[in-house]
Design a binder for this molecule. Structure first.
Ligand SMILES: [Zn+2]
Length: 151
């Protein structure tokens, strides 16, 4: 649990999933709150490392970059790796030259949990079973029931 001086967020347990990231002050829309950092690896290496936790095989700290590489926040990651998924998120990841910045997409109140839409992709067919493995419990009215991107 940390209170960083330069970022308006802190990590503690979440009602959504395990740990979460929360605003320590009011954050305006469009503010960059933190960079999603970690070791940048190839997709091949990402698949080789997967799963990092055999008891919870579908949980990773991966962020997929547009060029196909992956940020593995399990290594060299910061508090951003604890940001949970929501189908109606208050943040959006912004990719700039291979770096990911987590930005607010609307004003966020002090104490509110920060979320973004993981929009996960899988090589496997999009079956009900697969969706269930990546089940979403964000509680949004229009929750799509899974953290996978449905397209
Ligand atoms: Zn949801």
């Amino acid at each position: 649990m940390t209170f960083p001086l330069n970022t308006p967020i802190w990590v503690h347990s979440s009602a959504v999933h395990g740990k979460g990231v929360f605003a320590t002050r009011h954050i305006a829309a469009g503010e960059t709150v933190i960079e999603y950092v970690g070791e940048i690896i190839t997709m091949t290496e990402a698949l080789r490392r997967h799963p990092h936790d055999a008891a919870n095989p579908d949980h990773t700290f991966y962020f997929h970059l547009d060029d196909g590489r992956v940020i593995d926040a399990l290594k060299e990651g910061n508090d951003s790796k604890w940001i949970n998924h929501s189908c109606r998120p208050n943040c959006v990841p912004d990719e700039v030259k291979g770096r990911i910045f987590i930005q607010t997409r609307r004003p966020v109140f002090k104490g509110e949990e920060l979320t973004f839409d993981y929009g996960l992709f899988s090589d496997e067919p999009l079956t009900e079973d697969l969706k269930a493995r990546y089940a979403c419990r964000c509680g949004a009215k229009k929750c799509r029931g899974t953290m996978l991107a449905l397209r």
